[in-house]
Design a protein around this ligand. Structure first.
Ligand code: OOG
Ligand code: NI
Length: 459
């Protein structure tokens, strides 16, 4: 008997990401329209701006651009979150970062499941922003108990998915046919359901407390609520969206437009109102809105110093605006952002000299042709043109932006004020493990690239 080898978790993730995209495109046609618009814009940017094309070629990002997407889900219990962590682990995805959205009036805390090594990210950069509802924030004890009892009754995983997760854990991986079955079974957790698990009146009560609570509690599973492609020019896509029948939110979240993109810029279109059957109705008579579209543009990962500067400038602009950005103040918000971010150096050299961003270092053609250069430091090699620095792409999310995306979909009326504070410990206890510090990952990737340059070019 021949033993079948394991399929690498990176390839399982790549296949899963594709299967998810196919499912979502079928269910939400507007997602297909958005994908086309993004693809076309990316092609135009690459043709028009050879510098960007060259940079993406140098870092290898050009090869992952078409595969690039993130999704988001929301779960209701510790067991659901912990099992999701095991499911994502089969695909080589780890929980990175802790995001507390309660200060922004959204009763969840979150992490992002993603690959953590640059080589794995290159095979598939698929990420899932995963939020846990904070039921303890429901003030009415009766409603809280009701929500808990509804959640206790559901299982968001198919029995076969659970079996394959255990199989992967016990055997150390999945073979070809198991991996294929796993992708299909795992997909079921993220599927949309046209029927709710509660009556129309119960849905209304949950929704009146917070629309997000109804979205998590009233359904069979944590439907994927958006899938986001990566664009090379978010302003251009935002501008073209209306002509394609897509209405974007008022402002782009994240940093303003720059020569040298940093972190993450995002925009979304409003959630669709979709027909739902409640348990006391035999036909679809109600409706629910959860699924929306989003696009993102990614830039350089920032060091703690760069991130502190980003946070300070963002807060200064928002404080001066004095309100959440909306339709009415969008122009002023954009002007304030541009004005405040004038302080943030907008060149690779400027960010590098001030230690604001992480970089990957690559031996240049000149460096490779020169061969061994004796004892030289990284700075010597850079000065001599033997090595080139390229910004390391940001793989994570931003809490203020995420809150803005949540809110644009929930409506402004959904803004609540919670006295409770961030509780990373409770989140990690529910998750069953610690979340990974993203800054450590960027620093390690940067260091590996430096070591490789020095090994290739010195002594
Ligand atoms: C997640 C919203 C946040 C992002 O990209 O920051 C988000 C959600 O609505 O569940 O998608
Ligand atoms: Ni998103």
């Amino acid at each position: 008997m021949t033993v079948q080898p394991f399929v690498s978790p990176d390839l399982i993730r790549q296949r899963f990401s594709k299967a998810m995209s196919d499912m979502y495109r079928e269910e939400v046609p507007l997602y297909g329209a958005l994908m086309q618009l993004v693809e076309q814009t990316n092609r135009e940017v690459l043709a028009r701006q050879p510098d960007i094309a060259r940079q993406l070629n140098n870092t290898g990002e050009i090869e992952r651009l078409d595969m690039e997407r993130h999704g988001a889900i929301r779960v209701g219990t510790a067991t659901e979150l912990a099992t999701l962590a095991r499911l994502f682990a089969v695909m080589g995805m780890q929980p990175v970062g802790y995001y507390d959205l309660t200060p922004a009036g959204v009763p969840v805390h979150s992490t992002a499941f993603r690959a953590v090594h640059e080589q794995a990210l290159q095979v598939s950069p698929f990420r899932v922003f995963t939020s846990l509802l904070r039921l303890e924030l429901i003030e009415d004890p009766q409603l809280r108990a009701f929500a808990e009892s509804v959640l206790a009754k559901r299982s968001i995983f198919t029995p076969e998915a659970l079996r394959l997760i255990a199989q992967a854990e016990n055997a150390g991986g999945l073979n070809e046919s198991e991996a294929e079955a796993f992708v299909l079974q795992a997909l079921e957790t993220f599927r949309w359901h046209h029927s709710a698990t509660v009556t129309a009146a119960q849905y209304q009560t949950l929704s009146a407390q917070h629309r997000l609570i109804a979205d998590v509690v009233a359904f069979k599973g944590p439907h994927i609520n958006h899938l986001t492609p990566r664009t090379l020019d978010i302003d251009s896509v935002q501008e073209q969206m209306p002509a394609h029948g897509i209405t974007p939110k008022a402002v782009i979240e994240g940093p303003p437009r720059r020569q040298c993109p940093i972190l993450l810029r995002q925009t979304s279109f409003k959630a669709l109102d979709e027909p739902i059957a409640f348990t006391d109705q035999n036909q679809t008579r109600g409706s629910h809105s959860a699924r929306f579209g989003e696009i993102e543009q990614r830039g350089a990962a920032l060091t703690p110093k760069g991130r502190a500067l980003y946070d300070r400038l963002l807060n200064a602009a928002r404080d001066e605006l004095g309100d959440f950005p909306n339709e009415a103040n969008a122009a002023r918000y954009n002007a304030l952002m541009t004005q405040h971010f004038g302080e943030f150096p907008d060149s690779v050299e400027g960010m590098r000299e001030q230690g604001l961003a992480y970089f990957r270092y690559f031996a240049t053609e000149k460096g490779l042709a020169a061969g061994r250069l004796g004892q030289s430091s990284l700075e010597d090699l850079l000065r001599g043109g033997y090595v080139k620095a390229e910004p390391l792409v940001y793989e994570d999310f931003l809490p203020v932006s995420a809150a803005g995306i949540f809110q644009s979909n929930l409506g402004d009326a959904a803004q609540a004020h919670y006295g409770e504070h961030s509780n990373r410990q409770a989140f990690e206890q529910a998750l069953g493990r610690a979340t990974i510090d993203e800054l450590g990952l960027y620093a390690a990737t940067q260091q590996r690239s430096i070591d490789e340059c020095l090994t290739q070019l010195t002594r």
